[in-house]
Design a protein around this ligand. Structure first.
Ligand code: THU
Length: 129
């Protein structure tokens, strides 16, 4: 499947504009393509109790399930300037759980696979051992 990274970046940027980030002033937007061709998105939603703020990826995963579930084949994340942003460590784990084999991410150092950004990941298969 050919990935339209420009489109994913544009959708992530539109999502970023809806972020609720009054504490960090660091809005984030995320967008992903699902195996069945949907494009989903999310933005960060912070809280006065700082530690419980939600990353953009959390909001994206909620939309994934709200719109029918499935696996992600491509993912892009942007900062407040619409520039590519690396998902934080926790969110790499979150994305891994819902990634199709070889899911691609747009990163600050080019297109990478989920395995490259989270090597030897702990995941659902480890619970079956
Ligand atoms: N943030 C995300 O939404 N995703 C990431 O992958 C990195 C960090 C948010 C969390 C917080 O609202 C703000 O960026 C500053 O850390």
């Amino acid at each position: 499947m050919e990935i339209d990274w420009k489109q994913l970046t544009a959708v992530a940027t539109t999502a970023m504009e809806k972020a609720y980030a009054p504490y960090s002033n660091f809005p984030v937007g995320a967008a992903a393509l699902t195996e069945d061709g949907r494009i989903i998105s999310g933005c960060n939603v912070e809280n006065a109790s700082y530690g419980i703020g939600l990353c953009a990826e959390c909001s994206l995963v909620s939309e994934l399930f709200r719109t029918g579930g499935g696996k992600l084949v491509a993912f892009a994340c942007v900062d407040g300037k619409g520039q590519p942003l690396m998902p934080c460590g926790r969110c790499r784990q979150l994305l891994f759980e819902h990634s199709a084999d070889g899911m691609l991410l747009q990163t600050i150092s080019g297109i990478k696979t989920i395995n490259e950004v989270l090597p030897d990941a702990f995941g659902p298969k480890d619970l079956q051992k």
